[in-house]
Design a protein around this ligand. Structure first.
Ligand SMILES: [Zn+2]
Length: 460
């Protein structure tokens, strides 16, 4: 019985944990690497295990760094079932197609502009590949045991973060031995109307715990107050507020917040442009799964939809996205990727970063080596598509909107786990954050922690 760490080890992206027992293999999460080139390169290389030998994939949630590798896994021979909660299944449907179309768009653009290091730029996967991967998804309820393969069953637990996100409990029976592993997934925060609060986690023999903010506490700043200032400023200047945002979760969170401020007449009415091939369908998922968040159903329909409404414009096609380059303010543009690693946000940055009237709000976690991190650290220029782009725009970092628990919130989430796990594997954090999280768990709980290296295998 063993576990191998093929992603999110000493880094925050590429989550992939291979569990082997009973001659079976299951993969928990199947994420893409993002950020520095040496990590992104791993998305292109052959996996370190044979995907054809994997019986099942178990996904924690619909973020690309947790499930975006699925089409590649299928391309390398995986043919098993893919377990995901109901909302996650729907969101993956939208998100994988979105991610594939953006990759096709990027590759076509690079070929047209001849800015590729290769003979021909290729997408990591196509819409066709994504569709095939989607055919293996099996929607799975929360809180109920689900047989996964011979001797292995799983159970999902609500964990906040984004709609449909879960921690997953894996129970293995092998030669009369029973072992449980709890994978935290991405632990969310309490009191977010777009999710329900994390549920009590079960006791477990082993815990795989995220540590994105393992060494930090979120500042108690109020994002509403910050948005009131920013929106008033862009209205006065007739300028554009550009917000890089994950297409799932973050985009809806910002739209919700801004629309709520407008409803309460705390800010003037401004147009919100959501620049994503998938934008519209996500609201439908919130409507369909209204038990899994705190927004009232009457706030999700018609003109009054707090995630849509008549001031929200959706840009599905690339041509429509390009037209936004000529957009005059006041207006808000929401575009992905959230960490400025690719996608449509690139052309907005090229267009708007040199303009001192533009405001860029960084609202999420920015991994080391991403343009998002450089910008947050005060870069005066960025390299985008082999060009040097001057940063004259005002860049504001907002901490209060994080979708990830800080270390204090993780410790709080783990409070009901009264029996110490035999070992805790601290993952999904840059090394300093993982070390800090391990330190807190040792100090506060006396738990034995280990920070696995990429590719490391541990006997259970
Ligand atoms: Zn996530």
């Amino acid at each position: 019985m063993q576990i191998s760490f093929y992603g999110a080890a000493e880094t925050v992206t590429g989550s992939k944990y291979l569990v082997e027992a009973n001659g079976q293999k299951i993969l928990v999460d199947c994420g893409l690497f993002q950020g520095p080139g040496h990590l992104r390169q791993l998305n292109w290389e052959d996996p370190s295990f044979d995907p054809a030998s994997v019986s099942a994939v178990v996904l924690t949630h619909a973020h690309i760094d947790h499930m975006g590798y699925l089409p590649r896994l299928v391309r390398h021979g995986f043919r098993g079932e893919v377990f995901a909660t109901g909302p996650t299944s729907d969101l993956i449907n939208i998100s994988l197609i979105d991610s594939a179309s953006i990759q096709e768009e990027d590759a076509a653009w690079r070929n047209k502009k001849k800015i590729t290091r290769h003979k021909k730029a290729l997408p990591l996967y196509t819409v066709e590949n994504a569709k095939e991967a989607l055919s293996y998804i099996k929607p799975t309820p929360y809180s109920r045991w689900q047989d996964c393969c011979q001797g292995i069953r799983i159970r999902y637990h609500v964990v906040g973060h984004i709609l449909g996100a879960a921690a997953v409990e894996v129970e293995i029976r092998e030669n009369g031995r029973k072992v449980s592993i709890l994978f935290s997934g991405d632990v969310g925060r309490y009191g977010n109307p777009l999710t329900i609060d994390p549920a009590e986690p079960p006791t477990c023999d082993y815990l795989v715990c995220e540590s994105t903010y393992g060494g930090r506490l979120h500042e108690p700043e109020d994002p509403r107050a910050m948005f009131i200032d920013i929106i008033n400023q862009i209205v006065e200047r007739k300028s554009v507020l550009l917000i890089p945002a994950f297409a799932i979760g973050r985009t809806q969170q910002i739209t919700y917040l801004l629309n709520e401020l407008m409803r309460h007449e705390l800010i003037p009415r401004v147009d919100i442009h959501i620049d994503s091939p998938m934008a519209v369908s996500v609201t439908d998922v919130y409507t369909k799964f209204h038990d899994f968040h705190e927004i009232d159903i009457e706030n999700l329909v018609g003109e009054n939809c707090i995630l849509g409404g008549c001031n929200v414009f959706l840009h599905r096609k690339r041509e429509s996205s390009k037209k936004l380059n000529r957009l005059k303010g006041p207006a808000v543009i929401l575009s992905s990727s959230g960490m400025l690693t690719g996608g449509r946000i690139m052309h907005h940055l090229m267009q708007r970063l040199p303009d001192k009237n533009t405001t860029v709000a960084l609202v999420g976690y920015m991994a080391t080596g991403t343009r998002g991190r450089l910008l947050a650290e005060g870069a005066t220029e960025l390299r985008i598509h082999k060009q040097v782009v001057k940063v004259n725009a005002e860049v504001i970092t907002m901490h209060g909107l994080s979708g990830h628990a800080d270390f204090y919130e993780i410790l709080h989430w783990l409070e009901p786990v009264t029996e110490a796990p035999r070992r805790v594997f601290v993952t999904h954090g840059e090394l300093d954050q993982a070390e800090a999280m391990a330190g807190h768990l040792k100090e506060e709980r006396g738990w034995d922690c280990h920070i696995p290296k990429l590719g490391e295998t541990v006997e259970l």
